[in-house]
Design a protein around this ligand. Sequence first.
Ligand code: UD1
Length: 420
Amino acid sequence: MDKILVHGGYPLSGSIKISGSKNSALPIIAATLLTPDPCVLRRVPDLSDTNYMLQILMHLGAEVERASGTVTVKAEKVNSVAPYEVVRKMRASVCVLGPLLGRCKEATVSLPGGCVIGDRPIDLHLKGFEALGAAVRVENGNVKVFAPKLTGAVVNLQGKFGPTVLGTDNVMMAAVLAEGVTVIEGAATEPEVCDLADFLNKMGAKIEGAGTRRIIIEGVKELHGAEHDIIPDRIETGTFLVAGAICGRGITLHRVRPEHVISVTTALAQSGFNVATTANSISVSPNGAHTKPLELTTQPYPGFPTDMQAQMCALLATTEGTSVITEKVFPQRYMHVAELKRMGAQVEIEGATAVIQGVERLYGAPVMASDLRASAALVLAGLKADGVTEIRRVYHIDRGYEHLDEKLSELGAHIERVKE
Ligand code: UD1
């Protein structure tokens, strides 16, 4: 197993290109199951999560070709059963349920594992399938959904913690081949939902309103093949912006969509960093003055993303003053805090709130990655810390960041990957 060593204290400068979005690529790869025709996806990031998703598709009968960032999928024949062995590694594998139900009118998918960020139910996904006329059974660790016919319906997917991203994706993917019109109320508005809707529309679907709280889907008889470029990864963008803020002299990120990370760039600007954007690049640099603590609350898009909360904790750990972060999407998502404290951070968790007392310096320490974004936070803290930070279980990082260590090295970080 690999571990990452970060030698702290080296300033970052220069520029890198941001990769395609993991969270867009996963449901879009799943959506290729909706047609027997070939689909071509470009800018698919080379990650263990996208590889798992492609393996699941191959298990379901699809032919897959991958040449650098371009993936071609041809799902001429599809079987509708995804057992535990193929889905267990990734929670997002649940998003094959919608397209399988749409195409085969039945699906059996084992309940997946994935990120350990609290209780992650799929009740809203199932509520949506039931509204379309599907019967749902959960037995022996499997979810079975089946419907002789899917019929358009009105369904509200707003949950206790807000809308559901993959739930919206799943119901949208089932509804595109339903008879009649489906209206998803309380839909997630994340850019990844819009990217999926764009791809489905290129395949011949009739979807309106993606990006708003109401999505209207007019069912069609069949979909055809399509080509699509995956949008830039807004969480990778945000993570590198924090890297630039935490110990940068000035870095620039290319191939980004600045409009997707406004909550992050606004927070950095409020804290006192210079942030400059063009249509497809963002630069961040210190402005020479003291940085300020922040009060942040994670929210569904366009609010501050839960997937950036851990990285922001790492930044605020060394920002003078008291910062407060409240986690409204996954209230238990604070696994990184215990590890940051081992590096000298002063953070107290009170319910879903983290109170961070900025310290002057962090110290390198052996730490354990516990989930994808928590691992990124430990790398960021390591960039700033005195000495060497040794991060174990880096397979979490490889799930969601394409060549994170290489890109940081390009910017001047002293970071190495070694075998344990
Ligand atoms: C997606 C992202 C993940 C991000 C999350 C929130 C992918 C592959 N993953 O996950 O990186 O952190 O959005 O932005 O795109 N919930 C229910 N019932 C459900 C579904 C969700 O109660 O049926 C709750 C969840 O526990 C959570 C909240 O709703 O509190 C939001 O979760 P959701 O948007 O569904 O997360 P994912 O789509 O799984």
